[in-house]
Design a protein around this ligand. Structure first.
Ligand code: MRU
Length: 355
C-alpha cells in the first residue's frame, strides 16, 4: 500500500510542513467549526490529549508519536545521556495525560525503545530515526484501518442496520477508521448501510463526530440518544453492532467509551451480533482481564454544565463520570483486527495473533 502525506492528513494528527509541530483538528470544536491547532511543546500535546482536542485510542497514539519526534528535534543539541533522560521524562508526562487507551503508552514506548537501542549513534541521527518511526506508526495505522474495514465489511451485507457508539472513524484514527471503517469502505463500493449513531453522553462524540463524519461521506446515518438503542434494536432495525476499543485485555474483555457495555448487554438480549473493531496496537497482552484496565475518571462539569445554558444540577450534587467501561468478553461475538477476525475462546485466539 502506498501511503502519502495526503492520506496522513485525512486523519486527526500529522506533522506541519516544516515538521516542527504536530497539527491536529481540534475535535472539541466540531461539528460547528473546523479549527486546526499546532502543538509544539510537551504541555501543549498533553493538554490537547487531556481535553480531547485529539481523541480516540489510535489517534492519541499517532499524536504522541509525532509529539515525541517534535520534542526530540528541539533537543538535538544535547549530549546523548541528557537527550535520553529528557525524552523519557517527556514520554512519561505524555503517557500520564490519559490512562485507559493503551495506544498512547504503546506509541511513546515504541519511540523510546528505538532511542534506547541506538544510543551509540549521534543525537541528530537518532532524531532522524524517530522521524521515520512516527511516520511508520501513522502509516501502519492507515493500513490497519483499511484491513479492519475489509474484515468488518465481510460481516454485514447491503441494506443492514448497524449501531455504533462513540466515534471510531477517521478523526479517532487515520483514513477509514475502525468501527465505522466498514461503513465508509462500503460506501466507496456501493454497499449501503443504515447506521444508528448513539449520541454518547456526556461528551457527545457520536453526535458531534460520528454523525458528522458519516453524513459528510454520504452514509445514511440516524442520530439517537443513548437510551434509544434498546427500542431501535427491538424494532428490528439493527443487524450488527460495531464499536471501537481503547484497550483489549488478553481474555477479550475490552474498555471502550462509557455506555459500550450497556449496548453489548442489549445486543445479547435481542440476539444481535456485537463486534469490537481495533488495531493490534490496542490489544494489551500484558493486561490479563478487564479488571486490570485503569478507567479514567473525568470532571463532573462535563455532566452538569458543559452543554447547557445553565447548570443542570445543584453545584453540591455528586457526580460519577467514568470515561470508559469494560465489556465482558462473553458479550462479544468477535474482535475484528487488522490480522483477521478473532472468535472465542479469546484467551487462546488472541495469543495466536501474536505468534
Ligand atoms: O474518550 P474518547 O473519545 O477518546 O473515547 C474514544 C473511544 O472510546 C473510541 O471508541 C476508541 O478510542 C476507539 S477509536 C478507534
Amino acid at each position: 500500500m502506498i501511503i502519502t502525506q495526503d492520506d496522513r492528513m485525512m486523519g486527526s494528527a500529522h506533522l506541519s510542513e516544516d515538521e516542527s509541530r504536530v497539527v491536529i483538528i481540534d475535535q472539541t470544536q466540531l461539528p460547528n467549526r473546523t479549527v486546526t491547532l499546532e502543538l509544539g511543546t510537551a504541555q501543549e500535546i498533553y493538554d490537547a490529549i487531556k481535553v480531547l482536542a485529539v481523541r480516540g485510542a489510535p489517534a492519541i497514539g499517532i499524536c504522541a508519536g509525532y509529539g515525541m519526534y517534535v520534542l526530540a528535534r528541539q533537543k538535538a543539541e544535547l549530549p546523548m545521556a541528557d537527550f535520553q533522560e529528557s525524552m523519557h521524562k517527556d514520554g512519561e508526562y505524555l503517557i500520564s495525560s490519559r490512562p485507559t487507551a493503551v495506544n498512547l503508552s504503546w506509541a511513546v514506548k515504541r519511540m523510546l525503545a528505538l532511542l534506547d537501542a541506538n544510543t551509540e549513534k549521534t543525537v541528530p541521527e537518532v532524531v532522524e530515526l524517530l522521524h521515520d518511526e512516527c511516520i511508520a506508526i501513522h502509516n501502519e495505522d492507515i493500513e490497519m484501518c483499511y484491513r479492519i474495514s475489509e474484515y468488518g465489511l465481510s460481516l454485514v451485507k447491503d441494506g443492514d442496520g448497524i449501531l455504533t457508539h462513540c466515534n471510531a472513524g477517521p478523526l479517532a484514527t487515520s483514513k477509514y477508521g475502525t468501527a465505522i471503517g466498514p461503513m465508509l469502505l462500503g460506501k466507496e463500493r456501493g454497499i449501503n448501510f443504515h447506521v444508528f449513531s448513539d449520541e454518547t453522553r456526556p461528551l457527545l462524540q457520536g453526535a458531534r463526530l460520528t454523525s458528522y463524519e458519516l453524513e459528510k461521506a454520504g452514509v445514511d446515518v440516524t442520530l439517537i440518544c443513548d437510551n434509544m438503542a434498546s427500542l431501535v434494536m427491538k424494532n428490528g432495525w439493527v443487524q450488527a453492532c460495531f464499536v471501537g476499543c481503547d484497550r483489549i485485555a488478553a481474555n477479550g474483555d475490552f474498555a471502550n467509551k462509557i455506555g459500550t457495555s450497556g449496548v453489548a448487554i442489549l445486543a445479547k438480549h435481542y440476539g444481535i451480533p456485537f463486534y469490537t473493531l481495533g488495531p493490534t496496537s490496542t490489544i494489551d497482552m500484558n493486561c490479563p482481564t478487564g479488571a486490570d484496565i485503569k478507567i479514567e475518571q473525568r470532571d463532573p462539569e462535563e455532566i452538569k454544565n458543559m452543554w447547557y445554558k445553565e447548570p443542570m444540577a445543584l453545584p453540591e450534587v455528586k457526580c460519577y463520570n467514568p470515561a470508559f467501561d469494560v465489556t465482558d468478553h462473553e458479550l462479544l461475538t468477535a474482535i475484528v483486527t487488522d490480522r483477521g477476525i478473532v472468535y472465542p475462546p479469546f484467551d487462546v485466539n488472541l495469543k495466536k495473533l501474536f505468534e
